[in-house]
Design a protein. Structure first.
Lengths: 114, 114
DNA sequence: AACACTATTGACAAAAATAGAATAGCATGA
DNA sequence: TCATGCTATTCTATTTTTGTCAATAGTGTT
C-alpha cells in the first residue's frame, strides 16, 4: 500500500510552543495586560498570534498560579483590562522554563550545524 | 470568582515541537530506520521520547512525501524495518525548517538575555 | 446613534499528543 | 522447544491543544 497520502497540516509550530515562556519573560520584566502583551510578543519574534491564544495561555498560567491578575482601575483608554504580574511560583516556573530554553537552544544549534 | 484552579498539565513541550526538524536533519545526514532514530534523537538532546511520537511523525512526513521508506531487506538483527531517506521535497522542507529554527533561536536568545 | 478601536471571554470543531496494547521476527539459554 | 528478552513497528482509545469565530463591552469620534 506504498501510496495514499492523507494529511496536509504540520505539527504545532515552534512559535506557539514559545508563547508561554515569552509571556512569563515579558511579565517578569514588568506587569502588563493581555492586549499589550499581544504586541510585545512581536518584539520577541512571535508574530501574528491569534489573541485567543494569548488570553488562553494567560488564563492557564493563572490557573497554575504562575501569574496573578487584577482589574486595572486607573484605566484610561477603553474597557476594563487585567493587569498581570508574576507570582513567586511563576518566578520558579520561569527559571525552569529558562533551563528548557537553553536545552532547546542547544538542540537547535546542533541541528543547524549542518 | 478569583479562585478555582483547574488544570495541571502544561502545553506541548519544546522537545516534541523539535522532533520533526530533528528527524529531517538526521535522515538527511544518512538514511536510517525508526528504531535507531529513536536513539539518535537523544544525541540531539531530545531525550526519552515515546516511540509512538517518532513513528507517528515519520508516517506523517512520509504522507507529506518529505521522506520515503522501503523495507530493509539486508535485515540482520530482528524483524523487518523501514529504511527512511529524504525526498527532494523533504530537502526543501528541511531548508524551510532551518529558517524557522533560526527564528526560534533568535526568540529564545532574546528571552534569555534577561 | 453609528462606527472604530481597545480589551477580554467563551465555545466548538478539528487536530495533535500521550500512552499503552498488539503484533512480530530473531536470538539465546533452560 | 518453550520462555524470555530484545529489536522494530503499528494501532487505537483517550485526553489535550489548537485554530477560529462569535459574543460582550467600554470609550472616543463623527
Amino acid at each position: 500500500m506504498e501510496n495514499g497520502h492523507r494529511r496536509e497540516k504540520r505539527r504545532t509550530p515552534l512559535k506557539v510552543a514559545l508563547v508561554e515562556p515569552a509571556l512569563l519573560t515579558l511579565i517578569s520584566q514588568s506587569p502588563r495586560h493581555g492586549y499589550s502583551l499581544l504586541a510585545d510578543l512581536e518584539s520577541l519574534g512571535l508574530e501574528s498570534l491569534h489573541p485567543s491564544v494569548v488570553y488562553r495561555t494567560l488564563r492557564q498560567m493563572e490557573d497554575l498560579e504562575w501569574i496573578h491578575s487584577e482589574w486595572d482601575t486607573d484605566n484610561n483608554q477603553g474597557p476594563p483590562r487585567r493587569l498581570y504580574n508574576l507570582t513567586r511560583i511563576g518566578d520558579a516556573a520561569l527559571l525552569t522554563w529558562r533551563e528548557e530554553l537553553v536545552k532547546a537552544q542547544d538542540s537547535i544549534q546542533e541541528m543547524l550545524r549542518n
